[in-house]
Design a protein around this ligand. Structure first.
Ligand code: ARG
Ligand code: MN
Ligand code: MN
Ligand code: MN
Length: 311
């Protein structure tokens, strides 16, 4: 099988430096060579980390409260094309972030490709401590990594091409095809959005109550069998014990084994069309061991999604 890799060294969706070296750290630790040599995938695409420097404007003032809006929009517009190309040529698209704002490009690129190629709507399984569905006006931080799902679902829109106006209807995600797992730090405005739209969400409370096995059964049942799945995994879904080196850690998260299980269960559906692994920031851990642990956890999640650990 072919794997279409995009390494996105991008940090403009949030204020902390270092998440832009996440993909390089994952690749240097051997992730892609393992995938090729041990899992037998053919790796296609530019595996050099793309910093998108050519897209950064000289001035990028706040707009509707968003920080770095022109930059985040332009990078995601390019990324949407890259992921679209992989998915429309039948490759499983693996995107290594970077902050989670890059899901604007990955999800919209996948959604468009699957609509064209299979005439189907994708589902997104969003594994995260956070809901990342703030509208620009609802966001307290202005950081666009807290907004990707608002833009890809059309809850947030803008007329202006250069401020995400390039997101067309055929690139959008249906809100009924979104499922969250791992939530535990959701803003008040976001809770309102989840309620108003009846969005399916399994918080840490649900993981504790039912166990991860049952949660995955319910999540996949909601999506429906034979629906193409885009898995967007924010490493901060894991407890900081396993992934301390990330920009917005929240205690009380998934164990590494629960994270791996989610990825394995998605692999077993045979419906996986795209994977994002985001928010690995090797510069934030208190110790070098903490950074290494986070990178190792990220590699484990990706390998599980590709079927590595199943017998
Ligand atoms: N909800 C907060 C915000 O809007 C935190 C978002 C964190 N997102 C992430 N991808 N780590 O700023
Ligand atoms: Mn998060
Ligand atoms: Mn608020
Ligand atoms: Mn996130």
């Amino acid at each position: 099988e072919e794997l279409g890799v995009t390494a996105v060294g991008f940090s403009g969706g949030q204020p902390k430096a270092g998440v832009d070296v996440g993909p390089a750290a994952l690749i240097e630790s051997g992730l892609l060579t393992e995938i090729r040599d041990e899992l037998g995938y053919k790796i296609v695409g530019d595996t050099a980390v793309n910093l998108y420097k050519d897209l950064v404007p000289t001035e990028d003032p706040d707009y509707r409260g968003m920080k770095n809006p022109l930059t985040v929009s332009a990078v995601n517009r390019r990324l949407a094309d890259q992921v679209y190309k992989h998915a429309s040529e039948g490759r499983l698209a693996l995107t290594l972030g970077g902050d989670h704002s890059i899901a604007i490009g990955t999800v919209s690129g996948t959604a468009r490709a699957i609509r064209e190629r299979l005439n189907r709507e994708i589902a997104v399984i969003w594994v995260d401590a956070h809901a990342d569905i703030n509208t620009p006006e609802g966001s307290d931080s202005g950081n666009i990594h807290g907004m990707p799902l608002a833009f890809v679902t059309g809850l947030a829109k803008d007329e202006r091409e250069e401020y995400f106006g390039w997101l067309r209807d055929d690139m959008r995600l249906n809100l009924r095809k979104l499922v969250y797992i791992g939530l535990r730090d959701v803003d008040a405005h976001e809770k309102q959005i989840l309620r108003d739209n009846g969005i399916k969400a399994f918080s840490m409370f649900d993981v504790d109550r039912h166990g991860i096995g049952r949660v995955m059964e319910m999540a996949l049942a909601h999506i429906g069998a034979d629906t193409p799945i885009h898995l967007s995994f924010d490493v901060d879904a894991l407890d900081p014990m396993w992934a301390p080196s990330t920009g917005t850690p929240v205690r009380g998260g998934l164990t590494l084994r629960e994270g791996d299980y989610i990825c394995e269960a998605v692999h077993l559906t045979g419906q996986l069309v795209a994977i994002d692994l985001v928010e690995v920031n090797p510069s934030l851990a208190a110790t070098e061991a903490g950074a290494n642990e986070t990178v190792r956890a990220g590699c484990s999640l990706v390998r599980c999604a590709l079927g590595d650990t199943l017998l």
